[in-house]
Design a binder for this molecule. Sequence first.
Ligand code: MG
Length: 256
Amino acid sequence: MYKINAIKRKAMKQLAIGVLLLGIFTNLQAQEKMKPEDTEVWSPVPKIVTTDSRNNVPSDAVTLFDGTSLNAWESAKNKGKANWTLQEGVFTVKPGEGDIRTKQEFQDYQLHLEWRSPSVIKGESQGRGNSGVFMQGLYEVQILDNYDNKTYVNGQVASIYKQRIPLVNATKKPGEWHTYDIIWTAPRFKKDGTVEKKARITVLHNGVLAQNNVELDGATEYIGIPKYQAHGAGPIVLQDHGDLVSFRNIWIRPLP
Ligand code: MG
């Protein structure tokens, strides 16, 4: 009896191997019969976007500042006029005026902005060339003069303030222009207000990857632990931290 069972088991095993080999062989044959065009996809065709040869602004971008006016912006405090200083195609924080925000609100996007800390060094740590750009008015990417200026690393330039340390410090000297290229994926909330998907962000600082699709713990908090509170689209906010940080060439591409 034992011997018959052993023979049966051996036969079953051989059959299984046979089926497997046949499967592999058939698959290989099918691959060989395929033509290159069998794996070509022809639609949907990506839309054409060109870039301006003078400033690299994409043709489908919403201009938030092109050097001429602060019309796309308003006071974050009272929605009145954005009273920062506009001079020679550049605008600068006017200390005491408070933060400014875009009139338009956004969800997911690609954002480009250029900023400059003052060439005259004043203060240290967080008190030197500090500003910030807030996604949806809530989540801060730190702007700071971090050239030879020690501070806590989760608050340094290109950090997600008090949440994510940047991969590198790609800073330039005080008075030089920096670029930020930011990809923002807004958080999603369930009907009961709890988080369905946390926010994600990628930041290139002067073309160098500083935040690589990192997840956020919640809205930026100066004191305490960040947490989420359900919200919809929101503005881009620029911070008045009392320092003369300047901005130019700001555009955004809302993503579908
Ligand atoms: Mg700041």
